[in-house]
Design a protein. Structure first.
Length: 98
């Protein structure tokens, strides 16, 4: 279960996710590719972006098979994110009703 409520995801994260999804869809990518796609020159901002996506459950991370010091990322589809959001909302409503 995500540690961050994806419904409360900051707009800047949502916008960058949308741009990245439009280019990569469910294809793997690395940190450098994210910087190029988003036109970002500050690696720390990309690291924060990746961290927020992972905490919300919008991104999966694996070790790069060619270089174990690096990571390869894959986005979850918008459909999967929305289904997860609906599940979280349903659980929260159920808890409030108790």
């Amino acid at each position: 279960m995500p540690k961050v409520n994806p419904i409360a995801m900051p707009k800047w994260i949502q916008q960058r996710y949308a741009v990245l999804w439009s280019v990569k869809k469910d294809k793997p990518f690395n940190h450098v590719e994210i910087m190029k796609i988003l036109g970002e020159k500050e690696p720390i901002l990309i690291s924060v972006f990746i961290s927020e996506l992972k905490k919300a459950g919008w991104l999966e991370s694996q070790l790069n098979p060619d270089d174990a010091r690096k990571r390869v990322y894959t986005l979850k589809s918008p459909e999967e994110i929305f289904l997860n959001m609906a599940k979280i909302e349903k659980e929260e409503i159920h808890i409030k009703q108790k």
